[in-house]
Design a protein around this ligand. Sequence first.
Ligand code: GLV
Ligand code: MN
Ligand code: MN
Length: 405
Amino acid sequence: MATPRDRARRVQTRLEELALVSEEESVLTRTYGSAALRDALRLTASWAADAGLAVQFDAIGNLRARTRGNARQRLLLGSHLDTVRNAGRFDGALGVLVALDCIAARGPLRKAELELIGFCDEEGVRFHTTYLGSRAVAGTFDPGDLALRDAAGIALGEAIRANGGDPRQLDTCIVPRDGLLGYLEVHLEQGPVLEAAGEPLGIVSAIAGQTRIAVEFIGRAGHAGTTPMSMRRDALTAAAEFVLAAESSARMQSGIVATVGEIEVRSAASNVIPGRVALTVDVRSGQDAARRVAAGTLEHLARSIATRRSLQIEWRVVMETPAARCDPNLCAAFMRAVEAADGNPLPVPSGAGHDAAAFIAAGIPAAMLFVRCRAGVSHHPDEFVALEDIEAAIAVLDGVLREIA
Ligand code: GLV
Ligand code: MN
Ligand code: MN
């Protein structure tokens, strides 16, 4: 029988193995539809099969692995296996592997069947719309999203096919509501609160809502040597002004964060005045009304900058997810399990998005356990969770499964 430390080490070893599965040399990147993501899903599927689970991939490409009994109730557990570019190794994969370990350890005295889900697109890196995998399972996938295109012009529908799925069969991903107890997710905190409090674990109270926007400033390309400064319609200087204005605007509104994370000069060359610049804006808040006001303010700023500089602008809201409050009963089960392990059940809000939010938005109870991360660093290769904290998370999830499933 594996000791708690052995189990944490197994999770750690698997995290290291998964970190080698990447679409880019020497950094970790696994975006939706990439061969690397499919390999990571398959590798995790092989571990789930070794643990005796019945494994399949659904029509959008999520890994689904179930215990083999016929209990009427079902509890979902999981997190995501896609990553941002140049990612850390814990974001998403930690929750999948801790859940797998706890499902495998639960044994036959279950009241409910346990289903592990390795979601295929939580980050939204490729199509700028997040929770594709979990929305398909929760039943809130918007078929309009099938027309979304990535930077190379490939439609989401095509990417689903390339991922081994079928965009016409997405309804088959939906989890039946009958007997569904809810969804549990373990995730690294991605912020500094637990470390500052000296606590290894926290219970997520709510997940911030987000708005993602695609913006394009359209000026006029021209010769860098011959066009006088007063006659230019430079899309990049407009974008630069907007990036700084967005930062100042978000700083002035409490509870708001706004980020320009991608910027691209179209047809760029060092001797050409930039004619078109595309950028992305990500706005988040725990308060939906405040987030909408902030997004509106940013749109107004962008349009005024474009007008003053005689540019055109395209402003397209690509996705919006509301703030999501975790289920009080499932949170209470996490709290009892933390207390039973002699811990202090600290409630923590999440500024990051999580697949749990897609379930909450669909009216399915969901709760999350946060695990301390070093210096609050995430979406960065230095992301780190200590072995003892993985062990603590396993003990708490074991406790919750014993109680509710
Ligand atoms: C995912 O990590 C997100 O919050 O964007
Ligand atoms: Mn994540
Ligand atoms: Mn992430």
